[in-house]
Design a protein around this ligand. Structure first.
Ligand code: FAD
Length: 475
């Protein structure tokens, strides 16, 4: 007799209908489906901006499910306990989910799978978060990739299956279990004043992400090569928030960009390569989970990075007051919008870890608190890559000079003027909004004078290089 009991579909970072293999399979089974999101320890550990953005995403996805006669059940607690309670309440015979790849998620999900199976409940996990499962990409010698270019070569010719269409219907259960109210979770509360400002720069939900993708394919991807490095423009997809919460799936992007490449769109291949950096970050995190917390390259423990969060350089950096306009503009863009342009991320991270010699972990944690597109693997890989201690990293002696970078990528100062109010007679609204977003205790005012550089660039560079030389000549 075929199974008819309900499926509990545990949603995590996959808040979408289309390109969602597990949900498509659940809908196609014809069995009742109980979609649930659990506020567990992984949610409690989120930084302020990612938690706030998650709240927006959950609200939107709950409404989407509601429109098709389903619901999003919200429960708080440790996942195994919540799921056991839901099984008892609904008589469900299965728990399905999309795989996640952080070490904590792998430990949690493996233990859960065993416990459910022992209790006679079907436990099934699906792909869908990545283009390529991390264990399926192997070097000729059977190992994993540590360098991006051969990783790209290994995957670029692979077949990526077409994304599943959004299910027309997800069968509801006879009776719905109770749900908590999203507003009671206070996911935006830690953002305090910033929430109202950042909210105006957000477009949460699957429909918004698909619209953004349409626009980018129609008007952006052709110029991606030429424009993606200019922080003042609109030269990139800005889909990282949606990818990070799974409001859009990577296979959707892969196929749409692939079609654009076939039609001759200039920047499509470069875009596909950037998208594959995301998979590469997951590949690295899966095979070397210490990417998230320790210097990826052994031997870097001797490097004398500052580790005190009260370090004046670090404090000035977090507040967009280093006196280096390109760095300060980047930090303010992040505080106001929840995002930072990729080139600006590299410059701000390089300045912190090299000119100021502050530990990359402090920077990574600050980004994890401020980015609405926070992604554990991409953030850790990005920081370690810039700092020089990561896989495929830029050599330490390659230090971005923010002034040279500004001449090259922001020649007319559009980006800097957009974000830095001090010194402008009529600052733009975006620059002013920074002062509405920051905590009052920072005591920042747009009519104050802009600070002189906290560290002369050539002095910072020389100091970093000499620290590098002495750290690594020791042994
Ligand atoms: P597009 O240029 O349109 O690229 C499309 C997608 O490809 C992105 O949305 C993203 O998912 C992926 N991608 C592009 N570049 C990279 C990259 N270098 N590494 C991994 N994936 C990439 N990205 C995050 O999503 N979350 C983070 O927390 C994050 N932290 C970073 C920290 C540092 C120090 C650095 C240097 C980079 C970080 N990145 C992070 C990578 C990158 O900056 C962003 O993915 C990108 O700026 C997002 O903008 P977009 O969606 O317009 O990208």
């Amino acid at each position: 007799m075929s199974e008819t009991r309900a499926i509990i579909y545990w949603l995590r970072r996959d808040l979408r209908l289309a390109d969602h293999p597990g949900l498509a399979a659940a809908a196609a089974s014809g069995r009742p489906v109980v979609p649930v999101f659990i506020h567990d320890e992984s949610v409690a550990a989120l930084g302020a901006a990612p938690a706030f953005r998650l709240g927006l995403g959950l609200e939107r996805f709950g409404a989407t499910l509601g429109d098709m006669g389903s619901r999003l059940i919200l429960r708080r607690g440790s996942a195994p306990a919540v799921l056991q309670a839901l099984i008892a309440e609904t008589g469900a015979g299965a728990v399905w989910w999309t795989r996640e790849y952080t070490p904590q998620a792998i430990t949690r999900d493996s233990a859960l799978k065993t416990a459910l199976q022992q209790a006679g409940i079907e436990a099934r996990s699906f792909g869908g978060a990545l283009l390529f499962e991390p264990w399926t990409v192997e070097t000729g010698a059977g190992g994993f990739y540590k360098v991006y270019t051969p990783f790209w070569r290994a995957v670029s010719q692979r077949e990526v299956s077409a994304p599943d269409p959004a299910p027309a219907r997800v069968r509801p259960p006879e009776a719905w279990p109770g749900s908590e109210a999203l507003s009671d979770w206070g996911l935006g509360a830690p953002m305090r004043r910033g929430a109202a400002v950042v909210a105006t720069h957000q477009a949460p939900g699957e429909a918004a992400a698909l619209e953004r993708l349409d626009r980018f394919i129609a008007t952006g991807i052709g110029q991606y090569d030429a424009c993606r490095d200019l922080p003042a423009g609109d030269g990139t997809s800005t889909l990282s928030d949606a990818l990070s919460l799974g409001e859009i799936g990577p296979r959707t992007l892969w196929h749409r960009a692939g079609e654009a490449a076939h039609k001759g769109a200039q920047g499509a291949e470069t875009f596909l390569k950037q998208l594959v950096w995301r998979d590469f970050a997951y590949h690295l995190m899966y095979h070397t989970p210490h990417l998230l917390s320790e210097n990826w390259r052994p031997g870097w423990e001797v490097f004398p990075w500052a580790t005190d969060p009260a370090d004046p350089g670090f404090v000035a950096w977090t507040r967009g007051r280093t006196g280096v306009p390109l760095v300060d503009a980047a930090m303010r863009e992040m505080y106001v919008t929840g995002r930072m342009h990729n080139r600006a991320r590299m410059i701000a991270a390089s300045y912190l870890t090299k000119h100021l010699m502050v530990h990359w972990k402090l920077g990574m944690d600050w980004f994890a608190d401020c980015l609405t597109d926070w992604d554990p693997a991409a953030n850790a890989m990005g920081w370690q890559w810039v700092a020089g201690c990561g896989p495929d990293a830029a050599p330490y002696f390659r230090i971005f000079n923010p002034e040279t970078q500004a001449k090259k990528f922001d020649p007319k100062g559009r980006y800097r003027n957009h974000w830095i109010a001090e010194g402008q007679a009529e600052p733009p609204r975006a620059a002013l909004s920074y002062f509405d977003a920051v905590p009052r205790s920072w005591n920042l005012r747009p009519d104050a004078s802009y600070p002189p550089p906290i560290m002369a660039l050539d002095q910072g560079r020389r100091r970093a290089l000499s620290a590098y030389a002495s750290a690594f000549s020791q042994g």
